[in-house]
Design a protein around this ligand. Structure first.
Ligand code: GLU
Length: 306
């Protein structure tokens, strides 16, 4: 598979490098608007330990909502089935920050990978994990095999200052009794988590445990159970790209998660993880070139989850 992967990502990269103006860089969190729309990187890690990279793969970017999978994975072993009384496991079919559905559904977010769902996960993590911010950074660094991963304070501060809609989601959930902590504290912690910066090589490595039955291949340690690995991958497949999840599953055929920083990470269980970064977003908030890259990748490789 090694030669095939190397050739395929090179061909795709050269093919899509000229693709510009295919979307808009996120600007509702002001520092994200400063990122060049031309950035483009692809990284692949296989469960056998091979790594392939092309483009701007040493440059870090804001992983934003991709952090929602990492925080959910950190919480999963600490909670039981009662979690699902507070958050659902169905695709939302609505924008990632929608208030309307949350009102109709009495403050229970559709799934952990939309903003409201991730805010509930952060609320629960704060109750269970002392020094959560430090713990999450250590967790991610261990998964990525790199100590060089941090929050970006400017991005976190900016989102905290401008994130009225996310605060509204949290207050709405609190009004329904589905939120325990102080909104300002939970939201600040959520902003820190979204502000984590990684390059595609680190990002692909940090998701490899989800292609490896829940075990971090770097140290052989179990991160999540095989049952939770199955569940997290299923949630990514059905809910990982907001209201574009169905289209992504149809075109790409891999469980994946996007972020408004322009990153998308995806896995083929038993085989590999792949991270793409290209900041121009489509109207759903997902990287346009990232989706095209991943669709061609599975088509050319002839392997997906289907
Ligand atoms: N921090 C962003 C927000 O809460 C994440 C959105 C995303 O990456 O999709 O709006």
């Amino acid at each position: 598979m090694a030669n095939a992967v190397e050739n395929i990502i090179k061909t795709i990269y050269e093919n899509y490098l000229p693709m510009e103006g295919a979307g808009k860089v996120a600007d509702y969190i002001p520092p994200l608007a400063k990122v060049s729309p031309h950035k483009y990187a692809i990284s692949v890690c296989t469960v056998e330990g091979e790594k392939f990279n092309i483009g701007d793969y040493t440059e870090k970017f804001s992983i934003q909502s991709i952090s929602k999978v990492l925080t959910f994975s950190l919480l999963a072993p600490l909670v039981g089935e009662e979690l699902w009384q507070s958050v659902g496991k169905e695709p939302s079919g609505s924008p990632f920050n929608s208030l309307v559905q949350l009102e109709y559904e009495k403050g229970i977010p559709r799934n952990p990978f939309i903003n409201a769902g991730a805010l509930v996960i952060t609320d629960k993590l704060l109750e269970k994990v002392p020094n959560l911010n430090e713990r999450l950074l250590l967790y991610v660094r261990e998964l990525a095999g790199s100590a060089d991963i941090d929050f970006n304070k400017e991005v976190a501060d900016s989102e905290y200052a401008t994130g009225e809609r996310n605060k509204a989601l949290a207050h709405l959930m609190k009004s329904f009794g589905n939120f325990n902590g102080k909104v300002s504290h939970v939201f600040r912690t959520y902003c820190n988590h979204c502000s984590i910066e990684m390059n595609t090589a680190q990002l692909a490595q940090s998701f490899l445990f989800l292609a490896n039955g829940g075990i971090n291949p770097l140290n052989g340690e179990r991160v999540v159970s095989t049952r939770d690995t199955k569940r997290i991958n299923a949630l990514m497949l059905t809910c990982g790209l907001y209201d574009e999840s169905g289209d992504f599953a149809y075109k790409v055929g891999m469980p994946g998660k996007s972020g408004v920083g322009g990153g998308i990470v995806a896995v083929i269980p038993g085989r590999l993880s792949i991270a793409v970064w290209s900041p121009e977003l489509n109207r759903y908030g997902n990287s346009t070139r990232g989706i095209a890259t991943l669709a061609d990748f599975t088509t050319e490789l002839g392997i997906s989850v289907f």
